[in-house]
Design a binder for this molecule. Structure first.
Ligand code: HEM
Length: 429
């Protein structure tokens, strides 16, 4: 049936069915046809669960940079019906973190942070990443001599926590715990968490809160030059109130872990998966390793780690002709926006030379940037670090005299907003 001619009831049913397909295995493996169907229903569509869904790159980009759209902060959350996900301890903890603060609270927290990763820190983490990937790939290739090995368990879930752990000065013995708590916590950030998932997220949040409260006490006793000690000094100077400092630093440190692990791991695993599924593109990288950063960018466009970003209307307005009231949400379908043919030529093609304009003219006709790290005032603070880790890993892998292939299909968590490959079994080709 033509979607324009559909009754409102049929449209609602179709949207519900498309989102349910997104959570199923086939939808996880390849959500693109589902996004095409959603886009076919319009640039802006009403969500059956309230608010609007945005499919186009242009509108998503505009909303992210527009003051008339806010993040769903704690004031907004407190206005939602009680006993919902917004009222849960995990949600309340999240509402103290940077991406859920609006100005002036957001500015108050973000400005003193500066760039977070300055040039020296990045150079040091780059060196560390290069050493770590060699160790991880040694172990991985050794296992491959014996047969199939899971790239996620052995490599892509190891590197991000090793790097963040080194940066924050966290003991390697805690890495596994931090992964477990991060996987559990993310439910509260998903689109449709069930009551039991919210309970899992609440329990993980409680343990993360204890972990970071202990860490702050430890850094107060033995300050160093790690970021947590630096933030304590910064906010002690700014606030003059140690209790207030501890609250601020607690949310910051906790969120850095949540922000850095699954996203970066997914980027690393997904880049490799897409290259193995597109051998012509992998060959291009082998011929010209300078294309490695371009392959990372193309992965971020083609299948970003985060597929949905939410904003709230500050005042009554309309979006693409659809009215929306103050306080209503709009879900930006980043995964769909990245395949918007209005913005990207041949959007469903995984093309590592996209940023070079496919080298046809010899001139830079750079493709417009993706929204994988957001845009506007909440633009991701860890983007350089994530890119650096993915490029370091890919560079080291391609420099080895091995050829890999998938030994079984990748497995995925049934998510809509936060993509996660749970296993990528590989073998020597
Ligand atoms: C591939 C990896 C990553 C992706 C795809 C990613 C994606 C994002 C996105 C989309 C946002 C904006 C959310 C919004 O506008 O509502 C964001 C914000 C943020 N990210 Fe990342 N991120 C990644 C890695 C990291 C890393 C490694 C760190 C830190 C070590 C980090 C720290 C942050 C912080 C602190 C914010 C909040 C910024 C603010 O609200 O002012 N991210 N990230």
């Amino acid at each position: 049936m033509n979607s324009v001619a559909m009754t409102p009831h049929a449209r609602r049913r179709k949207i519900v069915s498309l989102f349910s397909r997104l959570r199923k295995s086939a939808g996880q493996v390849n959500p693109i046809p589902i996004y095409d169907e959603l886009r076919g229903m319009g640039e802006v569509i009403s969500a059956p669960w309230g608010g609007l869904l945005v499919n186009s790159y242009g509108l998503a980009h505009q909303i992210l940079r527009d003051k008339r759209w806010a993040v769903p902060d704690r004031t907004w959350r407190s206005r939602q019906a009680a006993v919902t996900r917004w009222d849960s301890p995990a949600s309340r903890q999240m509402s103290h973190t940077l991406p859920l603060l609006n100005p002036p609270d957001h500015t108050h927290l973000r400005r003193p942070l500066g760039a977070v990763f300055d040039r020296n820190t990045l150079a040091e983490l780059h060196r560390a990443a290069e050493e770590m990937v060699e160790v991880l790939l040694d172990e991985f290739t050794q296992r491959l001599q014996e047969g199939s090995a899971d790239f996620v368990a052995m490599v892509s879930e190891k590197l991000p926590v090793m790097i963040i752990g080194k940066w924050m000065g966290l003991p390697p013995a805690d890495h596994e715990l931090l992964w477990e708590l991060t996987h559990d916590q993310v439910y509260t950030q998903e689109l449709f968490p069930t009551a039991s998932e919210i309970a899992i997220s609440d329990a993980a949040t409680a343990r993360l809160q204890v972990y970071f409260a202990d860490l702050i006490q430890d850094r107060r006793r033995t300050p160093g030059d790690d970021p947590v000690s630096v933030w304590i000094r910064t906010w002690d100077d700014l606030e003059g109130d140690p209790a207030r400092t501890d609250t601020v630093v607690h949310s910051l440190a906790l969120f850095m872990i949540l922000a850095a692990l699954e996203t970066t791991s997914h980027l690393i695993a997904n880049t490799l998966r897409l290259l193995l599924e597109h051998p012509d593109q992998l060959d291009l990288l082998r011929q010209d390793p300078e294309l490695i950063p371009d392959a990372v960018e193309e992965t971020l466009r083609y299948d970003a780690p985060i597929h949905v970003i939410t904003r709230v209307a500050v005042a009554d307005t309309d979006l693409g002709g659809v009215p929306i009231s103050a306080g209503e949400t709009v879900q930006l379908l980043i995964g769909a926006a990245h395949h918007d043919p209005v913005r990207f030529t041949d959007p469903h093609r995984f093309d590592v030379r996209r940023r070079r304009g496919r080298g046809q003219s010899g001139h830079a006709s750079r493709s417009p940037s993706h929204l994988a790290f957001g845009a506007g005032i909440h633009y991701c603070l860890g983007n350089v670090l994530a890119r650096l880790e993915a490029a370091a890993l890919l560079g080291a892998l391609l420099s080895r005299p091995i050829r890999l292939r998938l030994s079984a299909p990748a497995e995925w968590a049934p998510r809509v907003a936060f993509r996660r490959i749970t296993s990528l079994p590989l073998t020597l080709a």
